[in-house]
Design a protein around this ligand. Structure first.
Ligand code: HEM
Length: 166
């Protein structure tokens, strides 16, 4: 009677065989190919959209053309920081006409973001050359870059801001 176990007893023999059966499954696992292949994944994941909405087109805006996207017509809301135009329509509650930061909608918000201010004199008049961001301190530039980082993670970049053509 090795180890004090009576292998003659049917229950012990059955348990030993069961242990051997399960142990070989652990020691020599069966590797089977994934059940979902690229060709049938759409049928398997019915929650996936059949197609995605058209990609936002990267456009060139001027202060004057950007100004139309202030959300007052119920349409897209865009704003620019350091020449990058962000589509902030998803943040309408912030930048829409009734939002706390609605003054930035359709505008170059760089200086206001840098100085953490929504004073109207942060905005360059639409018919003036682009704000060259002169006179900002290093910490204000850092603050503005922090907002660019924030916007880049939350919103889509949809274009660049260049000088007016007229
Ligand atoms: C009384 C002062 C202020 C209060 C109480 C305030 C409050 C808030 C709150 C509660 C949020 C939302 C945060 C979240 O979603 O987790 C927010 C976001 C934001 N705030 Fe302010 N804020 C103030 C001043 C300012 C100023 C002066 C600026 C000017 C640059 C500013 C720019 C922003 C921006 C850009 C966002 C991000 C909105 C987005 O998610 O798109 N805030 N603020």
């Amino acid at each position: 009677m090795p180890f004090g176990i009576d292998l003659g007893a049917p229950i012990n023999t059955a348990l030993l065989l069961a242990n051997i059966y399960f142990a070989q499954g652990i020691i020599f696992p069966k590797v089977s190919p994934p059940s979902v292949t690229p060709t049938d994944y759409k049928q398997s994941y019915s929650w996936m959209p059949k197609s995605h909405p058209p990609t936002v087109i990267f456009e060139t805006f001027t202060p004057k053309t950007l100004a139309k996207y202030d959300g007052r017509d119920g349409g897209r809301v865009l704003l620019a920081i350091k020449g990058m135009v962000f589509d902030v329509t998803a943040g309408k509650s912030f930048y829409g006409p009734d939002g706390p930061y609605g003054n930035f909608a359709g505008r170059d918000a760089s200086r206001g973001m840098a100085k953490q201010s929504f004073d109207v004199d942060m905005l360059t008049p639409l018919d003036q050359p682009l704000d060259k961001l002169e006179g900002l301190s290093n910490s204000e530039i850092d603050n503005m870059n922090g907002w660019i980082d924030f916007f880049s993670h939350k919103y889509l970049v949809c274009g660049k801001l260049v000088e007016n053509t007229d």
